[in-house]
Design a protein around this ligand. Sequence first.
Ligand SMILES: [Fe+2]
Ligand SMILES: [Fe+2]
Length: 314
Amino acid sequence: MPHASDTPPSGAMRALGRGRPHRAGDLLPRFSRWHAARANRWEWLHLQRGELVLQWLGEAGSLARSLGAGQSLWLAPGHRWRIARLSEDAEFSLQVFADDSVIADAPQPERARLLEAAPRLEAADAAALAQALADLAPGERRLLRTPFDPAPCVREALADSGGTLTWHPLGADAGTHAALLVRCAEPVDLLDYLGRDHALIEAALVGALGGDAGRERWLRSLLARHLRIEEQDIFPAFLAAGGDPATVRSLQREHELLRGHLDNIADPASHRGLLLVLEAHDEKEEQLVYPDFLARIGSRAAALTAAIIARGPG
Ligand SMILES: [Fe+2]
Ligand SMILES: [Fe+2]
């Protein structure tokens, strides 16, 4: 399957909607970053005016394609793309289609590999961990395991990192603490951090549904922490900044559904329910809710992001 194509995909496609027209002057930051449509979603980008260069990641690395006014491109599910260049007068629309021949019964592969693909890091004591954190270069990530609670040492490094270091604690089991550490080139924003948290939850879910008890513990810890961040830090601030109460009520209902399905994860109906609710919920938050939230809180985002990242395990 090509990652990007001039011709529409074969099969039954159901239009899910078209967002507002996107213009160079107020481009959503996510379009400039690598991101991917979800498991059964095709995106159709149509350029009305100006010029645009779109990049996507193929097996052999990054590929680029220039589009002129009136041209369009189909972007395949699960493949990462971004807008590399946009002329000042450019205007485009993005329409999302669901491929109903594909059942979204597993998280998209790129996200599911997140935990498996991270190099391992063992640190025997706080001094070794502090050194490893100082040595972690931009663009690198590590799956950390320590025989002690790494939170105090990690929090110190987070505070000194200028926002470029992040961690996602995975909880502790039999005295071994685990976390994913990521060093970014630029200070991380909340959308990136919570989006990666979603991807990690989906990656842990893949292992849990495959019968891996360790991954199921990570899933419980990650999901508990993530839901708490949203319910205690994000939703109140979203409402205080004029966000729609109905949006928060519906997200909160979905959180309860997620908790209910997780309590019965061995039941096949809950297993499927968990996948379906999580997939749609994460997509809605990443595409609609978080960008709206960030636009509303403006300059308060940096302090809130730092406080959220520093939170301990769920
Ligand atoms: Fe949520
Ligand atoms: Fe979320």
